[in-house]
Design a protein. Sequence first.
Length: 260
Amino acid sequence: MTEEKKNGAVDERPSEKRRGPVVERRDRKDDRTTTTDQRLLDSRGPSDWVHTDPWRVLRIQAEFVEGFGALAEVPSAVTVFGSARTGRDHPEYQTGRDLGAALAEAGFAAITGGGPGAMEAVNRGCSEAGGFSIGLGIELPFEQGLNPWVDLGVNFRYFFVRKTMFIKYSQAFICLPGGFGTLDELFEALTLVQTKKVTKFPVVLFGTEYWQGLYDWIQSSVLAGGKVGEKDLALLHLTDDIDDAVRVVKDAHKAWADAH
């Protein structure tokens, strides 16, 4: 490290090495004498490079390209989340079917995580009503697979790529009762809307008995503690009525269309 005094101040300029846009300094500096091009063109050496992070970037890029290509021409759509553990004999399964059908009749494609349970119910209802039923699956340590009512399915390795597709190609999120995965998508959507990364994007919590406790906690603890504002709380819409949920989606979509 060198130090130069300029106008009485000490200007610290540590030694560094540049690798394209990357700057390495101090003990992080890479002292390799070869260049990136040289290592690329040199056919010698082990095959460990296949498993390195830079190589994974290409796989990630491929997933984005595949997802964008598959979904680029889908009609206006609504993503519906819900538990994979919802049984076919559970009342929430029938609710999912009815919701999927209502979205199809309103002219929206239905996007889910493509799995069983509530996701299957929504895809089934949409498909049976003649709508466009889409499933965005994810590689998991246990076998899940796409449910049989998915008309267009895309499987992903990376959660963050899949999440981008959910947001990019949806006009709204509707959350049926679900677990950690549903909560994860719910709060990510709220954060993106709150920070205006996405606009005119309603988030509907369907099933007041299930969601009321969470809503009350946000109101009594998070809002009361000054961690969010009244406008943030207003981003959530609770309902038990399918027509009401679809109305919220249609109103937001109209506002978005008018703005564009």
